[in-house]
Design a protein around this ligand. Sequence first.
Ligand SMILES: [Zn+2]
Length: 431
Amino acid sequence: MRILLRNFTALTLADESLKDGVWITIDAGRIESITQNPKGVETKGFTKVIEGKDKLVMPGFVNAHTHLSMVLLRGFADDLPLKEWLEEAIWPAETKLTPEDVYWASLLGIAEMLRSGTTAFADMYFYIDEVAKAVEQSGMRALLSYAIIAPRYDRGTIRTLKAAQAFIQEFEGEASGRIRTALSPHALYSCAREVWERTIELALEHKVVIHTHLSETEGEVQDSYKKHGVSPVKYLEELGALEAKVLAAHCVHLSAEDIELLAQRGVAVAHCPTSNMKLGSGIAPIDELIRAGVNVAIGTDGAGTNNNLDMFEEVRLAAFLQKVKGNPTVLPASQVLKMGTVNGAKALGLEAIGTLEEGQKADLIILDLDRPHMVPTHNLISNVVYAAGPADVETVIIDGKIVMEDQEILTFDEQEAKHKVKELSAKYARR
Ligand SMILES: [Zn+2]
């Protein structure tokens, strides 16, 4: 599919400048050319030409941490602390999950993400091959991993680890490279030492990312000191996990030494401000992590703790949550927007994604600028971060294919996904 975007305002994020009158040609999944000088651009032979008057084109968001199928449990158990929420509400409900539930919930979650401008995400969940099926069908891009919750290293755990490995062998690079795979021991506190050791071996063997939860609550950190005599970050280091590429969600409670270690070992952090606020987990030291040189991306976490998958909101809240500590100059709009795009792509290990440049993969979104809250444009980055929302997203292109056009999803039946999730979620209702 050859696509021509004609005369757009563009935020390439290759630099911070805003460009007017930009022409982009897309071919074979990539940005073939991007120019403000359309004289040399051949205008014939395109499958699709999109006009850019009053439109902004920019890279899609990368949601660096989520559990997509938890849309099934949206609003199911709110206003609880993490431990109680997980152990008394979520984990018992998740024993009822079926592959069919996960498939339809994933499609619904993808519909929500496309509508809010997300073009790639990192997901950790059960029946992950069903999530992969939904990713393949929808045209989305994702880093997917089997969630491993295994406090004991027993036969069941060995089966789970085998399934996680089989998933990597079967799905890495599938859907024309849109699916990448990872390994996900849920957290240090929910997996036995042997489980971590085996996972690390597998991650090094298959050269995949370890995507986990880390130092989310104060209680988790205290328990780690009691049990292992060191912080969770230090314990990960002792286990050898930092030899692998690690994507760590949350990282709310860190010592200065932890921050240094995360920076030294190139651990990427997925900051989830809404989840941290809603569960009362605390304020992650994002400003300090960035100053130490850590790659910080942004994630929504699952719809159980958010309760949506809206990256506009998440990016905005990431900025506000640092500023609320007393310094409004930290995390300016341009920096936080990069965290939600370029940094996310890097954290997920996705190459050629996150900026609009020649040769990059064509993952981009088109926003309508002709809306009351987008006028005037003293600073368009500021408008995108502090004023825009999902309703402004018109068209989404992933891997050079139009997956949503004029707010209509083209790759699957969104109505059917909504209907199925309504039907399937009935069994989770709390009595
Ligand atoms: Zn999570």
